[in-house]
Design a protein around this ligand. Structure first.
Ligand code: NAD
Length: 258
């Protein structure tokens, strides 16, 4: 069995800095021999992403700005990718957003605008980018998104983002059903809590991490690299029989009862 991703090209969406889970995925795919295409939300993230890519030992990465709230931006990005590389073999969707003041207190207080914003960026975007990416995945491929336990169970303070993750999980399954006939698989990794820019917005995040260290079967939080390695598995031929699946990479925390 060949584990190499040499000759393959993957789009990684959502690297904000070196702590991003997307960066852990990018490194794993790079180490397996893949060529990388990075998309970032706006110009603020361009330099950090380009600087990180410079640390990789190849210089053929490509970079595109793509705000996933903008359909034209999504379509233009994937048209440009098609023109520039012809075909891609996978896509990592590592994007989420909710208003910080709605990631604490009670879910029921979520505003209408905040609810729609979280769902737009964190869930609908998977459908939108999958549709656009399909036209560039002419040899079939693999789409991986990142979800969290808060979409399956109530996690204090996670609130509207948990509800958006439930929507993301369902979006992933419906997309898997639609795209299977094109040889495109769609799966999710449910990552345990990791200290990233986004995670900082979740109220009392430190106590969530502490709970993992004390109670998860493996007694330690997961790392970006551990999530990246599972993304590599999902992008590779090893997982060719899987689609519509949620894999928990969370030190085993999700098996616990209260
Ligand atoms: P991060 O802040 O590094 O990444 C989030 C990314 O989303 C950023 O790059 C940001 O620019 C991007 N983004 C936000 N709005 C966007 C928009 N309109 N258009 C394009 N991009 C946009 O944080 P992260 O923790 O690495 O998050 C990546 C994914 O992992 C998210 O879906 C998050 O919910 C998920 N996740 C994180 C954890 C955790 O504990 N960190 C756990 C499980 C799942």
């Amino acid at each position: 069995m060949n584990f190499s991703l040499e000759g393959k090209t993957y789009v990684v969406m959502g690297v904000a800095n070196r702590r991003s889970i997307a960066w852990g995925i990018a490194q794993a795919l790079h180490d397996a021999g893949a060529r990388l295409i990075f998309t970032y939300a706006n110009e603020r993230f361009e330099k950090p992403v380009r600087d990180l890519a410079k640390t990789l030992d190849r210089d053929d990465s490509l970079f595109y700005e793509c705000d996933v709230t903008d359909d034209d931006a999504i379509n233009t990005t994937f048209e440009n990718i098609k023109n520039d590389v012809g075909v891609i073999h996978g896509l990592a969707h590592c994007i989420a957003f909710a208003n910080r003041d709605e990631l604490k207190g009670e879910f029921i207080d979520t505003s209408r605008d905040g609810f729609l914003l979280a769902h737009n960026i964190s869930a609908f975007s998977l459908a939108a980018v999958s549709r656009a990416a399909k036209d560039v995945m002419t040899e079939g491929g693999s789409i991986v998104t990142l979800t969290y336990l808060g979409g399956e169970r109530v996690v204090e303070n996670y609130n509207v983002m948990g509800v958006a993750k439930a929507s993301l999980d369902a979006t992933m399954k419906y997309a898997a059903n639609d795209l299977g006939k094109y040889g495109i698989r769609v799966n999710a990794i449910s990552a345990g809590p990791i200290r990233t820019l986004s995670a900082k917005g979740v109220g009392d995040f430190n106590s969530i991490l502490q709970e993992i260290s004390e109670r998860a079967p493996l007694r330690k939080p997961v790392t970006q690299e551990e999530v990246g390695d599972v993304a590599y598995f999902l992008m590779s031929n090893l997982s060719r029989g899987m689609t519509g699946e949620i894999l928990h990479v969370d030190s085993g925390y999700s098996i616990l009862g209260r």
